[in-house]
Write a new protein. Structure first.
Length: 259
């Protein structure tokens, strides 16, 4: 069942939110392509959790506030978001860009959080291991880099987006560039403070990720004390699309087991 859509004004930013399910709060932070719809893996999570899926400031149906300059601004926004919605004991899940934001949140204030799950996150740089430069890719190259499955690639390339979807994608790309153009997809200071993440943490990577190589997984694990690393075979950068049941099961098993 699709999550219900609401809007909430946080720090002067009208924010689109999808929400569904019951249980402990699970805040899902999307990647650079946005969160325009309620996805099947969210239904799986909503069987166990109260799943809350906002669109970041500057993305999709949310406003583009004047104060939005960098990834730290988004992290502080979500701390205000959790406070305003009265959320505590939050299971925070972020994928790609959202994983970076989640790590920045946990570095700043772990108190609202009960668990942290980072799915193929960006945010750091690993010497000698290059991420894909998403800003230089053509739309076709981007699609081919997202998935391990050829069938998913072919299906995505065969689909013709609507004008509204094209407009939203352009808005998302503009905000993505504002947050992550220079330096490319990382904060050169984040790694110094990741020891502050005391929240139980699971890191998940697709074994065939062409955007952020799986070699980044062990580096995140080294930087976050006590964190666990799991991989998903035959999966690219977006396990929430390519392996939704597997990803949901891993999140439920981990977050549900945190005392």
């Amino acid at each position: 069942m699709p999550g219900r859509e609401t809007f909430e004004t946080i720090a002067g930013c009208k924010t689109r939110i999808m929400r569904g399910g019951q249980g402990a709060p699970l805040l899902f932070l999307h990647g650079g392509s946005g969160a325009s719809m309620w996805q099947p893996f969210m239904d799986k999570l909503a069987e166990t959790f109260d799943v809350i899926v906002p669109e970041h400031p500057g993305f999709g149906g949310s406003d583009s506030p004047e104060w939005l300059d960098n990834i730290g601004d988004v992290a502080y926004f979500y701390l205000d978001f959790m406070e305003q919605l009265g959320l505590s004991g939050v299971h925070l899940v972020g994928t790609s860009l959202g994983g970076w934001i989640a790590a920045e949140i946990a570095v700043r204030d772990r108190h609202p959080l009960k668990s942290l799950t980072l799915v193929s996150p960006v945010g750091i740089r690993v010497k000698g291991v290059r991420k894909a430069d998403i800003f230089l890719m053509s739309p076709e190259e981007s699609v081919r880099s997202l998935f391990h499955s050829k069938a998913l690639v072919d299906a995505a390339l065969a689909r013709t987006p609507s004008e509204a979807e094209l407009d939203m994608a352009a808005k998302n790309r503009l905000t993505m560039a504002k947050l992550a153009w220079e330096p490319r997809l990382f904060n050169p200071h984040l790694y110094k403070w990741m020891h502050r993440i005391k929240t139980p943490t699971l890191i998940i990577w697709g074994e065939s990720d062409q955007i952020v190589p799986p070699a980044y997984g062990p580096e995140f694990q080294k930087l976050i004390p006590g964190s666990k690393l799991e991989t998903i075979p035959e999966c690219g950068h977006v396990p929430q699309v390519e392996k939704p049941d597997v990803l949901a099961a891993k999140i439920i098993a981990f977050a549900g087991g945190v005392k």
